[in-house]
Design a protein around this ligand. Structure first.
Ligand code: FPP
Length: 173
């Protein structure tokens, strides 16, 4: 087993790379996704069990509409074109973050998660509309609703990341 069990990556710099090299932030995102595919290949090769990709934070909604639309189109196409392949490779896809997107994307996400749920190889945690404070708050609300004691152990049960070990390394690209 690889001593690195969980690698987490904050995706960053796509826009700047795109502007510098292709005169377009969106082109940078397109290239960034190719890099993600390379990272997935390397993660499998090195037998790493968990890969978390912080792709779109709650803060990212402040970006121009054309960039947000482009990013979600990339994501839709990724799920449509790659999920069968990811499934064949025994990869489990889990979305962390509040799943409040278009009906089409929500459906695609649900289908992709269900299809790969039982897979036991690499688990990819894709953080979308994710914010750590939001995650804690939402878990806390669930705890209170169920009238359970506020404790670390109980809180953990309701986190999106419940059951996922802490990352061994956090990389900012
Ligand atoms: C970071 O670069 C990239 C993002 C915030 C978005 C990444 C998301 C996608 C490519 C959508 C699909 C994702 C996957 C993994 C299927 P940045 O825009 O923050 O770059 P900057 O720091 O130069 O502005």
């Amino acid at each position: 087993m690889n001593p690195l069990n969980h690698v987490a990556i904050i995706m960053d710099g796509n826009g700047r790379w795109g502007l510098k090299n292709k005169k377009s932030r969106n082109e940078g995102h397109k290239e960034g996704l190719k890099t993600v595919e390379q990272i997935i290949k390397e993660t499998i090769k090195h037998k790493i069990k968990y890969l978390t990709l912080y792709a779109f934070s709650t803060e990212n909604w402040k970006r121009p509409k054309n960039e947000i639309d482009y990013l979600f189109k990339l994501l839709e196409n990724f799920l449509i074109n790659k999920i069968t392949d990811l499934n064949k490779q025994n990869i489990k896809l889990k979305i962390i973050g509040e799943k409040k997107f278009s009906k089409k994307l929500n459906n695609l996400i649900n289908i992709s998660e269900k299809k790969t749920y039982k897979n036991s190889g690499l688990q990819i945690n894709l953080a979308l509309n994710y914010g750590s404070k939001k995650e804690i708050l939402s878990a806390l609300k669930k705890l209170i609703k169920k009238n359970q004691t506020i404790s670390e152990q109980n809180l953990e049960k309701y986190l999106d990341t419940s059951g996922i070990p802490e990352p061994d390394i956090l990389i900012r690209t």
